[in-house]
Design a binder for this molecule. Structure first.
Ligand code: DC
Length: 207
């Protein structure tokens, strides 16, 4: 473990604001950021191309996370499905833990970072919002990219993914016992980010 490592785990359901908060927190503290959903999305994309999910997880490279648009509704569902498979999850653990303990600090966002990947993270946040608010945000994001999708479809997708992510046996999405809860339903992104930064600053020893 790097001696000057500091890990911030940010978990929560889809479109709760984790991604924006994680990027903002990483920029504020000068830490590296890993969106762990991209790992499952990259594996999900491979399965849509016909590859076996475990083989795809074992062969995954960091480069794949940068290639093409992984943030489509179809890939999100495929990601949530491969994420149920314990062997796929196990194949992705080492990469995430190595990232978490790199020198200089790291922010990881996902579903099981505070509970399974980094149970010893110095700070854990669980970011939520109502399913309706999250679906509206995701709808705006996807339609801005030109996706042909309705609000109702996005809400149904969000609910389906929530249920699958929270009810799976291995590493279900849930807050760690010592996570700080942040409900962003009624918060602007600026307010949500400043609350996250304030909560983290309290736990961070003065530099
Ligand atoms: O955060 P996201 O929407 O990009 O994640 C896509 C899917 O990947 C999500 O529905 C469940 C899975 N996932 C996971 O199981 N564990 C993580 N740490 C991150 C994502």
């Amino acid at each position: 473990m790097a001696t000057n490592s500091f890990t911030i785990a940010i978990d929560g359901p889809a479109a709760a604001g984790k991604g924006t908060i994680s990027k903002g927190v990483a920029a504020h503290f000068g830490f590296a950021h890993l969106d762990t959903g991209l790992l499952y999305r990259a594996v999900g994309r491979r399965t849509l191309e016909g590859m076996d999910p475990l083989a795809a997880a074992q062969a995954l490279t960091a480069d794949e996370l940068e290639q093409g648009d992984l943030r489509t509704a179809e890939i999100a569902q495929a990601a949530s499905k491969v994420a149920v498979i314990p062997e796929v999850r196990a194949a992705l653990v080492d990469f995430q833990r190595a990232f978490a303990r790199r020198a200089g600090g790291a922010v990881l966002d996902g579903r099981d970072i505070g509970t399974v990947i980094c149970p010893d993270a110095e700070v854990k946040l669980f970011v939520t919002a109502s399913a309706e608010v999250r679906a509206e945000r995701r709808f705006l994001e996807l339609s801005a990219k030109g996706a042909d999708i309705t609000r109702d479809q996005v809400l149904a997708d969000v609910r389906e993914r929530d249920a699958r992510d929270a009810e799976r046996i291995t590493a279900p999405m849930k807050p760690a016992d010592d996570a700080i809860l942040l409900d962003t339903s009624d918060l602007s992104i600026e307010d949500a980010l400043s609350r996250a930064i304030a909560a983290i600053a309290q736990k961070r020893p003065a530099a």
